[in-house]
Ligand binder design. Structure first.
Ligand SMILES: [Zn+2]
Ligand SMILES: [Zn+2]
Ligand SMILES: [Zn+2]
Length: 250
């Protein structure tokens, strides 16, 4: 097979990125519609309902069977193995189109679907832990120092800013709101711009960040043009040489 040129490789990568952004959009829509339905139909259990033993309103199964988690597969008895396989098969039949992972309540063998079944509610202990964690965070002003701004290019070709902690080496969010389109749009590519806030805590203007990015792109384009001009000059030189040769022979 002929080797792909750099341009062909670039085009293929761009196509892949676009396809993946569109898939992410579809999945995002599907999950948002489901969340709205859960909201409308009050599908999530409250803590009181959960404690009272109400079944999952996503799949109808009990939240927990209190049988204890499954032992490691290698250690299952023959009967347990059969039970495990049956449960697995039933789950797959019930959730063929969910394309989602599974969850279980600890100490239970009932498997719930990460798409159809709302996760168990948080209990008072968990909430307390979470509150403590939030309280231990540095202040908002402190955190600003560690935030970077990124430029996300969306599949509609709009570029939107995105702010996240500097430790992140990439943007894992796959769909964001596009203010220009007024729609959720898939992310095609992302580029780190730099610190999101100035030393005095004010947000760096989007325009300034954009100007920097444009300046970088311009410099790259200029370098490319210079290379092309050099190539063109060399080709012109070669043509002149050939013409001369041809002229001297005739
Ligand atoms: Zn369920
Ligand atoms: Zn499901
Ligand atoms: Zn857009």
């Amino acid at each position: 097979m002929a080797k792909l040129t750099e341009e062909q490789k670039r085009q293929r990568a761009a196509k892949r990125a676009l396809r993946s952004a569109l898939e992410a959009e579809t999945d995002d829509r599907r999950r948002r519609e489901r969340d709205e339905q859960w909201e409308r139909e009050d599908t999530r259990l409250s803590w009181a309902e959960y404690v009272a033993g109400e079944p999952c309103r996503g799949c109808g199964l009990p939240m927990t069977d209190e049988l204890g988690s499954w032992p490691p597969l290698m250690k299952l008895s023959e009967v347990e193995k059969r039970e495990y396989e049956e449960a697995n098969q039933k789950f797959r039949q019930r959730h063929t189109d969910c394309r989602a992972a599974r969850w279980t309540v600890s100490g239970s063998r009932v498997t719930h679907c990460c798409f159809c079944c709302p996760p168990p509610p948080m209990g008072p202990k968990q909430l307390e832990k979470l509150a403590k964690l939030f309280a231990s965070w540095p202040s908002r002003e402190e955190r600003k120092k560690d935030l970077d701004s990124w430029d996300l290019t969306l599949r509609c070709d709009h570029v939107v800013p995105y702010i996240q902690h500097r430790e992140n080496t990439r943007v894992s969010t796959r769909v964001v709101d596009c203010p220009e389109c007024g729609e959720r749009r898939g992310v095609v590519s992302s580029e780190r711009v730099g610190p999101a806030y100035r030393d005095d805590g004010t947000i760096r203007e989007r325009a300034a960040a954009d100007r920097e990015r444009l300046a970088r792109e311009l410099a790259a384009a200029e370098a490319k043009l210079t290379r092309q001009q050099k190539n063109a000059a060399a080709t012109q030189q070669r043509i002149a040489e050939l013409q001369e040769e041809l002229g001297s022979e005739s």
